[in-house]
Design a protein around this ligand. Structure first.
Ligand SMILES: C[S@@+](CC[C@H](N)C(=O)[O-])C[C@H]1O[C@@H](n2cnc3c(N)ncnc32)[C@H](O)[C@@H]1O
Length: 212
């Protein structure tokens, strides 16, 4: 399931590349229509479905999905906690969720924070940081990549360190909550050195934000 799939990124990409079935969820019907056209064009209509639904009120049974994705969706809506809880409900216990999100770099000075707010997507600010929010909504983070560097040319505010863009991979938490932050921070710092990840954005923009 890809929440906030818009015109099909990344759900249709996964379906095409891996052969999986994909359910694309979003609110505007116009975007989902474009996704359906793309699916037909890519000959994967038989493996892709669309559903008009709010990401925090998913109309699916508990444990329906093997995997969940969302790309730059949590930064575009207020109820981030509601979406993460809904995704947790509909994923299988052995499932995996991956998402990319833009957020305001923690610990900025007051003036930088003001500038960051202006540059950020409409709901780029989050009261609770994502690792904590994930933990509170029943997820265990297994990978966390800071991909801000790869987007330096896309947005000056990322280059200035005002905004960051991260990819999180998480699995449902079963039993005791392990303490995750200490073990993943060094890995995130190492991966942040690699600024070669802009392809995620470029590929999406070139192919999925354009009509077929
Ligand atoms: C920045 S776009 C990203 C679209 C696509 N995932 C991509 O990466 O190209 C954010 C998407 O989130 C969707 N969205 C916003 N609020 C939502 C909600 N409450 N439930 C489901 N989708 C929502 C928007 O309609 C939009 O398609």
């Amino acid at each position: 399931m890809d929440v906030g799939a818009g015109s099909g990124w990344p759900g249709l990409y996964f379906a095409k590349e891996t052969g999986c079935d994909a359910v694309l969820v979003d609110l505007p019907l116009s975007e989902l229509r474009a996704a359906r056209e793309r699916a037909a064009h890519d000959r994967i209509s038989d493996r892709s479905r669309v559903a008009v639904a709010d990401g925090s009120r998913l109309p699916f049974r508990d444990g329906s999905f093997d995997a969940v994705s969302h790309s730059e969706v949590l930064c575009c809506l207020e109820d981030k906690r509601g979406v993460l809880e809904a995704c947790r409900r509909v994923i299988r216990d052995d499932g995996r969720m991956v998402f990319i999100v833009i957020w305001i770099t923690p610990g900025l000075s007051r003036s930088d924070h003001k500038r960051a707010l202006q540059a950020a997507p409409s709901f780029g600010e989050t009261e609770t940081d994502y690792p904590t929010l994930l933990k509170q909504t029943g997820w265990t983070v297994t990978d966390w990549l800071d991909v801000s560097a790869g987007y330096g040319s896309w947005n000056g505010s990322a280059k200035e360190g005002l905004l960051r863009r991260d990819i999180f991979v998480a699995t449902p938490t079963l039993g005791l909550d392990p303490s995750i932050a200490d073990s993943i921070e060094p890995k995130a710092a190492k991966l942040a050195e690699n600024d070669n990840r802009g392809w995620v954005c470029r590929f999406r923009t070139e192919r999925y934000n354009r009509p077929v």
